[in-house]
Design a protein around this ligand. Structure first.
Ligand code: KG4
Ligand code: ZN
Length: 335
């Protein structure tokens, strides 16, 4: 049988995930054990708790993924694991699990960059066509990535301070919303209207960089000032105004970069890609742009998962790349 079967393993943050992907594009299984409940009461991910959960879950999740995919270790051509970036203790669990299985069953090992994974989640929907532009928006990253071919990533713009998801989570915390705050702000934003004037950080004329910390501070100041004046601000309107500001900058810069680089495809990637407002605004932004296809993954492939890691692994495997058993967690890995 000539099918290529890749197992993906992802443990960079608070999701223990294992998936099996056939021929780089077909998901046979995609199992995710989320730890959100354990981190919620701390208002964010606690690294030590994350590592402990990964240790407890990894074997169960791995067995479940193999069971659902109906594969044995003999069927697997390679094991692709997230080597970075992420929390070092969390990454280590995935990397060591991958190494152990690869060693025990004599299966090739591949190291994958987490953000490459988010981008390749799109290949599980549609074959990639180059050149392409990916807008990567997650809890740790906000980047515009230009790709000329498989495995080539050029960051043409990135955040100078907070990531988009980080801004969402921080604003949510000031509004006393539970962690992770993104989905809550998204929901509130749709119930309110963007009546509060908040800044947009366009930066230099030709820059594709982003900045969200000023906006975050403006939200906090707006709340504090109102409180001091004894006024109340409707959190729905504040959420709507914040969301409009974030989306305005993200969409405008993405459309501008896509036109400048004359790309064939525009991909949305990362946890914030689950944002309903962003999805709609991007669709509108590209509706009148000729010859460019916008691809937006379903929610389950936007947040952390291992199918996206296997999707990158498929291309690396094809290219003959192999990691040695010296593969290590690299929390600051460059794309
Ligand atoms: O990609 P991801 O699952 O993990 C990282 O690699 O960071 O992204 C998580 C981030 C969190 O900041 C979360 O608040 C945000 O994605 N997020 C959202 C939405 N759903 C998740 N942000 C805005 N709107 C959403 N609907
Ligand atoms: Zn992620």
């Amino acid at each position: 049988n000539n099918d290529q079967i890749i197992m993906g393993i992802e443990t960079s943050c608070d999701e223990t995930a294992v998936a099996v992907v056939k021929n780089g594009r077909e998901i046979l299984s995609n199992v995710v054990a989320s730890q959100i409940e354990s981190h919620k009461r701390f208002g964010g991910v606690v690294p030590e708790i994350a590592s402990r959960h990964h240790v407890e879950e990894i074997t169960i999740v791995l067995e479940e993924a193999m069971k659902q995919a109906k594969v044995t270790f003999q069927d697997i051509d390679a094991i692709a694991v997230t080597e970075g970036p992420g929390l070092v203790g969390a990454l280590l669990i995935g990397v060591n699990a991958a190494k152990a299985v690869a060693f025990a069953h004599n299966i090739p090992l591949l190291g994958v960059h987490h953000i490459a994974g988010h981008i390749y989640a799109n290949r599980l929907l549609e074959e990639l066509e180059f050149p392409l532009l990916a807008l990567v928006v997650s809890g740790g990253h906000t980047e515009l990535v230009y790709m000329e071919e498989h495995g080539s990533f050029k960051v043409i713009g990135e955040t100078r301070d907070d990531a988009a998801g980080e801004a969402y989570d921080k604003v949510a915390r000031t509004l006393n919303l539970p962690y992770p705050g993104g989905p809550h702000i998204d929901r509130l934003a749709h119930e309110g209207s963007p009546t509060i004037n908040l800044p947009r950080a366009w930066l230099e004329e030709d820059s594709y960089d982003f900045s969200f910390s000023g906006l975050k501070s403006a939200v906090i100041n707006t709340l504090h000032n109102a409180e001091q004046r004894g006024e109340t601000i409707d959190p729905k309107d504040l959420a709507a105004s914040f969301q409009e500001s974030v989306i305005d900058v993200l969409v405008t810069k993405t459309v501008k970069a896509a036109k400048k680089y004359q790309v064939k495809q525009v991909l949305l990637a990362g946890g914030v890609a689950a944002n309903k407002g962003l999805r709609t605004a991007l669709e509108e932004g590209f509706s009148d742009v000729e010859g460019m296809k916008l691809i937006i993954p379903p929610l389950s492939l936007c947040t952390d998962n291992a199918a996206m890691i296997a999707a990158v692994g498929s291309v690396l495997y094809e290219k003959g790349k192999r990691a040695s058993f010296a593969l290590n967690a690299n929390p600051g890995l460059d794309i």
